[in-house]
Design a protein around this ligand. Structure first.
Ligand code: GTP
Ligand code: ZN
Length: 184
């Protein structure tokens, strides 16, 4: 990232909204926003599968579920946050992955301009490709600030996206097990 160009762009935006970028409260803002962008967009161009680094041989055939993984991402249409919780389940097929790596995977797909559907799919596909499990299911429930604080202005509305792969596809029993576990 060209830091100077980003800072100049932020300064221009401040000027164009009628602000004085040289006043005390704003003089360091271009630098702060540049650092913020570095942080929240750090995964642009990175392969999510790289997060799934700790894979172990393990003969556990039943569902593994990691739920309530909090995340903050950025809507690619408006560059404002959407945030919520991700829930990931998979049915291993000889290999399991370090649990923290699933959380890192959520972090990876969050830290880029994103839409919720693609985020959900990217998580499922990374697990499916890296672990070759019997199946995977990902549910994300989120609130979009572009709906809450601007435009249609409806705070509190939540969007749920679901991706299934392998044995979870069109399998009501497995999907219901997943949803029941979310209630526990
Ligand atoms: N499918 C999907 N849509 C999203 C997501 N985040 C934001 N959006 C929507 O992207 C759409 C962009 O619509 P546009 O008409 O191009 O933009 P806009 O004029 O700012 O739209 P409004 O938000 O309706 O004011 C809006 O309907 C947003 O609600 C997301 O993760 N998934
Ligand atoms: Zn948006």
């Amino acid at each position: 990232m060209n830091e100077a160009r980003v800072m100049e762009a932020v300064k221009i935006i401040l000027e164009e909204i009628g602000e004085d970028p040289s006043r005390e409260g704003l003089e360091d803002t271009p630098k702060r926003v540049m650092k913020l962008f570095k942080e929240i967009y750090e995964a642009v161009g990175k392969d999510p599968k790289e997060e799934l680094s700790a894979v172990f041989e393990e003969n556990h055939k039943d569902m593994v579920l990691v739920k309530d993984i909090p995340f903050y991402s950025t809507c690619e249409h408006h560059l404002v946050p959407f945030f919520g919780k991700a829930h990931i389940a998979y049915k291993p097929n000889g290999q399991v992955v370090g649990l923290s790596k699933l959380v890192r995977l959520v972090e990876n797909v969050s830290r880029r301009p994103q839409v919720q559907e693609r985020m959900t799919t990217m998580i499922a596909d990374a697990i499916q490709e890296k672990l070759a499990p019997e199946g995977v299911m990902v549910v994300i429930i989120a609130e979009h600030l572009c709906i809450s604080m601007r435009g249609i202005k409806k705070p509190g509305s939540q969007t749920t996206t679901i991706t299934t792969r392998g044995v979870f596809e069109d399998n009501d029993k497995l999907q219901n097990n997943f949803f029941n576990m979310l209630k526990v």
